[in-house]
Design a protein around this ligand. Structure first.
Ligand code: ADE
Length: 225
């Protein structure tokens, strides 16, 4: 998979890709992540990337030309399965969307900043709008890191233990059951006995029950479908 991220602030985005699972995914060529600084695609000598909103109002608006120039440049070598714009008023990200996106070969992600992008970008240049939740960030960069992390870990071979992504919360529509490691007893707080019993069938049943209990208590909305 290749992900091209278009941003005014690439420095906000680099470190999440330089550690742990994302770093390994890049090193093992499971994914290639490219950052593109929008300022490099600005047209005038001041490299202007934003401007005042028509009709007045607070905040600056990201101009369409640098974004269009950047996408056209990238499209010379690439055809994107999706061009995603990150915005708090987009479709809310969930595991189903991450699963879907992880099957693509080429994604472009546009990070908004300031008041957002000129509406014509949204009307003509993108295929999908995604929000990572009902709150407003200073820009789309941190949202892009979240989106990329949730997608990349699902690419086959990225996680060491293949089954590990399958047992994540939400993957089967339920929250994940509690997990423990050694020591079996700490300050009198004991690990549930069943987990040290060696009875794999009963352990599996216990995990399923715990996942169902936890979901019923904490996220009953997930059980509606
Ligand atoms: N940009 C600003 N806030 C955002 C959010 N909640 N999700 C995606 N992009 C954003």
């Amino acid at each position: 998979m290749q992900i091209d991220i278009i941003t005014l602030f690439p420095e906000l985005l680099t470190s999440p890709f330089e550690a742990s699972i994302l770093k390994r995914a890049i090193q093992s060529d499971k994914v290639k992540v490219n950052f593109h600084n929008l300022r490099d695609y600005a047209e005038n000598s001041q490299k202007q990337v934003d401007d005042y909103p028509f009709g007045g109002g607070a905040g600056m608006v990201m101009k369409i030309e640098p974004i269009d120039n950047c996408l056209n440049h990238l499209k010379k070598n690439n055809s994107f399965d999706e061009v995603i714009y990150l915005t708090p008023d987009g479709e809310q990200l969930n595991q189903k969307i991450s699963n879907e996106l992880s099957t693509n070969q080429n994604l472009a992600i546009i990070c908004g900043h300031y008041k957002g992008v000129d509406q014509r970008v949204r009307d003509h240049l993108i295929s999908r709008e995604i929000s990572i939740g009902d709150f407003v960030l200073s820009g789309g960069e941190l949202a892009a890191a979240v989106l990329c992390d949730s997608i990349i870990r699902l690419i086959p071979g990225v996680l060491g233990d293949e089954s590990s992504a399958l047992t994540d919360s939400y993957q089967d529509g339920l929250l994940a059951p509690p997990i423990y490691t050694r020591p079996a007893s700490y300050k009198g707080w004991d690990v549930p006995e069943i987990l040290t019993s060696g009875n794999t069938h009963k352990i599996e049943q216990w995990r399923e029950d715990q996942a169902m209990d936890k979901t019923t208590k904490q996220r009953p909305d997930l059980l509606k479908d």
